[in-house]
Design a protein around this ligand. Sequence first.
Ligand code: GLC
Ligand code: MG
Length: 465
Amino acid sequence: MLPSLTLQFLCYYSPFQRTNCLSATTSTPVCQSASCLRKTMDRLSENARLMIVSDLDHTMVDHHDPENLSLLRFNALWEANYRSNSLLVFSTGRSPTLYKELRKEKPMLTPDITIMSVGTEITYGNSMEPDNGWAEFLNQKWDRNIVSEETSKITELTLQSKTEQRPHKVSFYVQKEKAEEITRSLSSCLKERGLDVKIIYSGGTDLDILPQGAGKGKALAYLHDKFKAEGKLPKNTLVCGDSGNDAELFTIPDVHGVMVSNAMEELLQWHAIYAKNNPKIIHAKERCASGIIQAIGHFNIGPSISPRDVTDLSDSTLDNFDPAYEVVKFFLFYERWRLAEIGKSELYMANLKAVCSNSGILVHPSGIEKHLHDCVNSLRTCYGDKRGQAFRVWVDQVLPVQVGSDAWLVKFKKWEQSGGERVCCLTTALLSSKDVTVADGLTWVHVHQTWLNEASPSSSADWLF
Ligand code: GLC
Ligand code: MG
């Protein structure tokens, strides 16, 4: 039995306190970054097959997995099966500064929407266009000066770094034993001063003070309303988290939810009290991104076999040509070949040549043109050259466009990590199904690569394709 104090403490983010952030207040937030949201919506010809809303630290990203295997498994699954018809949303407690740092450290995909600073900042697309309407909405009954003034009187609160103090988020560290009491007293004192705040304790150490209308759950409800207004509510939403600030996500109507196996005590306690009988929420057996994959399978909301778990990639029989799957598969093969994780068989080289058009060309990022068949020959000599090394390849934002009855233009980012260096090429590939049977897959006709601005190598000599 939990002590009543804990119950009260957990109530700060209980579903019973839930109010609809759009209707319970006088004004409805208006998105002023309409064009960017529009692009996000227009990319999908119909309602998203799946919207994943995932926390990052210890949920999508496993900080105890230096090889990032579960993240890479998720990446391959997402790009092969979901990217073109689904929505990826990251929802993190991190500020934009720390979020961008994490992106440099870990092989993360690019989300369609990024929610940062515990649901107080929403941005769209690759350019991370901020949703100013959301920020404006959060000004209600909020004054961060008053929050600073009142919290400065509490000696047990240690202010977090400057980067984590945001317009609608004031963050501290506090000892676990002190958290409940401070939360209670701060809450009533700020109420007396005319504010309506939400206090969230996460990770057994972080204390965030936000406007009442903010939080990861409220931000998701706001996005759902926007998509609904356009008739594009995702067919399924899966929320994923591990700690206290994720609890709200699980209170949004109709969502599926996964608490990853390594979820923190505070989230599990919250679940035990408020959501125990909800069959749409599971506590995964697997850690982090692998727990997310497990949940997709458990709820049966789409494919849940990552191409990384398929040993024999040539064995996959597809009902339809699938250019995204083809791209993911090809670069997985490439990684395994260089790591010597597959046998050195001439058959592979022959198959590769068979799927490259005779006159096919690669425009190498250095600006040199090469025949695709010559590229395959160079690959032959690279067998096992990365054996035993920290060598990983992944693709991001694989977006095929059908440009003819038998042709697809596929745009994607191809990343390669070798030891400490990480490089990326923006890649465009023309793939064709002309004159081949489904079993043969698609033919690569033309590939064009350009270094990604912030991820070009010191020397381009090592880049194959
Ligand atoms: C992230 C943020 C931090 C916040 C914590 C919990 O670690 O950087 O400011 O307190 O998430 O929400
Ligand atoms: Mg987390």
